[in-house]
Design a binder for this molecule. Structure first.
Ligand code: UT7
Length: 326
């Protein structure tokens, strides 16, 4: 049995933060941010909103587009780098918020690659026949774990959520997947405190260790390498030439990362989906939001072959090759 995407949804908060707004908070400029990253705007959730709230909104849209009711969902897999709490799982909170009372629910932690890991996992449950309808959500309120005193990171991230429903399909579907990890690079991108290695204390708060820390330059080089590698490898694995891939939807961290990898792949840049100019890096939500928008705006059509490819903290990376069902 082949799993395929039968509905998608996306939700971003209304509040827009421009580069000019950030100029007033840290020592930065619109010129630096736009030239070095390609980001112009990002969204910011209100103080009372958390990741499961955005995830639930995206999930409701995906359910509607899939013509399913919340009770039809058998399993929810949520991916988030900014979960509501360490536990319970954000997937359980989404389950409650949308009323998916028949669903099992758990989270996957693979940072910005979380959505790719979650889709890959969901596809296995469908192909074994264990579950029929699975909701996969990538949701982030990164603004609450971003240090707005650190210009190296605070210009990059944004809030939002994307969701898809996977079911058995008789046309198209997920053709193959690739996942990878290298824990030796775990310190390149992390949120140091609040877990069991450095529990929350007055010192961890004083040292701002509850915010994202990143060694940007090293992550940049890793990202270009795995974006190229992973895209090439998944096409080879599926025995498909990159010429026959209609769209590549990469993780949206930095336009320079995407352009460098796409140039190495000799792939036409007009067939790469980019939305980071509007939303910045939404970690696990970047790819599903870009996918949903590309389908809604008529770019992606039935029968198109698309590659979703991501990378992130862990370090982790991965890709899904999909023949579009809808
Ligand atoms: O989704 C998770 C994965 N994350 C990523 O993929 C992010 C990967 N990394 C990047 O995208 C880039 O490395 C950054 C955008 C984070 C940084 O760009 P860069 O071209 O690598 O800049 P840099 O870190 O080498 O810094 C160059 C200069 C430095 O000043 P000096 O030392 O040359 O005087 C920085 O202090 O730019 C300075 N700088 C800034 N200036 C103005 C760093 N951030 C800013 C800023 N505004 N926001």
């Amino acid at each position: 049995m082949r799993a395929g995407i039968i509905g998608s949804g996306a939700y971003v908060p209304k509040k827009i933060i421009s580069n000019f707004d950030l100029e007033k908070i840290v020592d930065t400029s619109n010129q630096w941010i736009s030239e070095r990253t390609g980001i112009l705007y990002r969204r910011k959730a209100d103080d009372n909103i958390c990741s499961s709230d955005l995830g639930a909104e995206a999930a409701k849209i995906a359910l509607k587009n899939a013509n399913l009711n919340p009770e039809d969902i058998d399993l929810i897999i949520a991916a988030s780098s900014s979960p509501d709490r360490i536990f319970p799982a954000t997937a359980c909170l989404i389950q409650n918020k949308i009323g998916a009372k028949n669903a099992a629910a758990f989270d996957i932690q693979a940072a910005c690659t979380g959505f790719i890991y979650a889709v890959t996992t969901a596809a296995q449950y469908i192909s074994t026949g264990l579950y029929k309808n699975i909701l996969v959500v990538g949701c982030e309120v990164l603004s609450k774990i971003t240090d707005f005193k650190d210009r190296n990171t605070c210009v990059l991230f944004g809030d939002g959520a994307g969701a898809v429903i996977l079911s058995e399909v008789d046309y198209g579907g997920i053709i193959t997947n690739i996942l990878g990890a290298d824990g030796s690079g775990s310190e390149l991108l992390e949120l140091p405190a609040g877990g069991t290695s450095e529990p929350a204390s007055f010192d961890t708060v004083k040292e701002r260790k509850h915010y994202i820390k990143m060694r940007g330059c090293e992550v940049f080089k890793f990202a270009v390498r795995v974006l190229e590698d992973c895209t090439r490898k998944i096409a080879e694995k599926a025995n498909v030439s990159l010429k026959d891939i209609d769209y590549i939807i990469p993780h949206q961290a930095n336009i320079r990362i995407i352009e460098a990898a796409i140039k190495r792949l000799e792939y036409p840049c007009e067939r790469v989906v980019v939305n980071l100019n509007k939303y910045g890096n939404m970690s696990s939500a970047s790819i599903p939001v870009a996918l949903h928008e590309a389908y809604q705006t008529g770019k992606i059509k039935r029968g198109h072959k698309i590659i979703l490819v991501g990378f992130g903290a862990g370090l982790t990376w991965g890709a899904n090759l999909i023949e579009w069902t809808l």
